[in-house]
Design a protein around this ligand. Structure first.
Ligand code: LLP
Length: 424
């Protein structure tokens, strides 16, 4: 199953030519494959059986309505980190009973919104938040279900900026405080404490850190139970890494997820607890590409800049995390075609607007199309209008059909967001 593959020499998303999308929607544009999203969600659920009913897709990875609706149809829940994400999940048809709400800085208004919406679980990350939420719950005569997010002091992840489980990271209550706060929560009038949560980082490819962190969490569950607390839920977060450097043809491996599932079953063996999962990247990452057009080639004596119409405002991962994205030409190169080492850069006025340096690609000319692969997660969701560029559009493909699930912003919309001060 290859959902981004060449057909008659042209790269397609499922059965739709990316050349067609480039002509009809314009570039730059994100293109997502429904079949890939569906497959990854199903493979993940299969891997974590029998806990497949508590898979909460991390909306932050890709919150496009079309993506969320595709997953909602399969029964996915949502892991959210803001009122906007809760609203987006609800709008996509994900019921409140399948929504969890994490984050270190939930405002009182956001907590009240979540309580009123009756979501499945709020992942509380500090004592202050616990007190604020209990006040909000009690004022409404409600006891929202919570789990306490614990910082297991074991971090992991593809980059320091996306590691969350280290003692120095801002996430969760400290490990040594977990039992005290759990006991405190169990006596509070405006919350109903159900269990614990941990999320140690993102783009985790080495499962030994997961194993160590989850065993520590298991220890807390067992201690709390000894103290008489019926700990019913353990939310193990997200973070499963995906291969960014791939060989063609590529199939997202089930091996990684099977190994993840096996590790989970081992560390929770005999614990008799409801497990929850918050996968983002592993569902959406390989289900999306960023399609961009070559504007110019600026050749220097020592290098060639391939200047494309996508910028770091559209895909910030290389600039922000030194992330690697595979780049494929939309026109399949002839066998033995000459290749050139390009620095692929965008139009933004900073040198950080560099997608890659010295990348070997077939010789290009202005007007040619390329794609940045594995851009379905944390691509469009992190895009901005920096340099007053229009927010990048998004397209969802299904078989031979496609829909523009977010049109390109217009200049009227961009300028209309601002208001003139009265004195000018
Ligand atoms: N749960 C929590 C509490 C999280 O903070 C995150 C991600 C997830 C689940 C989903 O993690 P995933 O399965 O997608 O790895 N912008 C960065 C990634 C930031 C991840 C933030 N938290 C990137 O582009 O690599």
């Amino acid at each position: 199953m290859h959902h981004f593959d060449y057909s008659n020499g042209v790269l397609c998303a499922e059965d739709v030519s990316l050349e067609t999308i480039a002509v009809e929607v314009g570039t730059p544009v994100y293109v997502y494959s429904s079949a890939t999203l569906e497959r990854h969600y199903r493979v993940f659920c299969e891997a974590v059986k029998p806990h497949q009913d508590h898979v909460f897709y991390a909306v932050k990875a890709n919150g496009n309505l079309g993506v969320l609706m595709t997953l909602a149809r399969l029964g996915a829940g949502a892991d959210t980190v803001s009122e906007g994400e809760i609203r987006k999940a609800l709008a996509a048809g994900i019921p409140a009973s399948k929504i969890v709400f994490s984050g270190v800085g939930k405002t009182a208004a956001e907590l009240a919104f979540a309580v009123d919406a009756g979501i499945y679980q709020i992942n509380v990350e500090s004592e202050g938040e616990l007190e604020a939420l209990s006040r909000i719950g009690a004022a409404r005569g409600k006891r929202p279900a919570i789990v306490l997010r614990v910082n297991p002091e074991i971090g992991a992840g593809g980059h320091a900026k996306i590691t969350t489980g280290d003692a120095a990271n801002k996430f969760g209550v400290s490990f040594s405080e977990a039992e005290r706060l759990y006991a405190k929560a169990s006596n509070m009038p405006g919350v109903s404490v159900k269990g614990l949560a941990a999320h140690i980082g993102s783009q985790v490819t080495e499962f030994s850190a997961y194993r160590a962190a989850f065993l520590k969490m298991r220890g807390v569950v067992e201690n709390l139970r000894k103290q008489g607390h019926p700990v019913e839920r353990l939310d193990l977060g997200g973070g499963v890494g995906i291969p960014y450097e791939m060989t063609h043809p590529y199939e997202h491996g089930t091996e990684t997820l099977d190994a993840y599932g096996d590790m989970i079953r081992q560390v929770t063996d005999g614990l008799d607890i409801e497990l929850g999962f918050e996968p983002g990247r592993v569902i959406a990452g390989n289900a999306g590409i960023l399609l961009t057009k070559v504007l110019y080639i600026n050749e220097r004596a020592d290098r060639a800049f391939l200047i494309v119409d996508a910028g770091m405002n559209d895909l910030v991962r290389p600039a922000m995390y030194e992330a690697y994205h595979e780049i494929w030409p939309v026109r399949q190169p002839e066998p033995g075609a000459k290749s050139v080492a390009y620095d692929v850069v965008g139009p933004i006025c900073e040198s950080g607007d560099t997608f890659t340096t010295s990348r070997s690609l077939p010789a290009m000319k202005p007007g040619d199309l390329i794609v940045m692969k594995t851009a379905g997660a944390y691509g469009a969701s992190m895009s901005s209008t920096y340099n007053q560029r229009l927010l990048v559009p998004e397209v969802l493909v299904k078989g031979g059909d496609y829909a523009v699930t977010r049109p390109r912003q217009t200049y009227e919309e961009l300028i209309g967001l601002d208001r003139k001060p009265g004195w000018l």
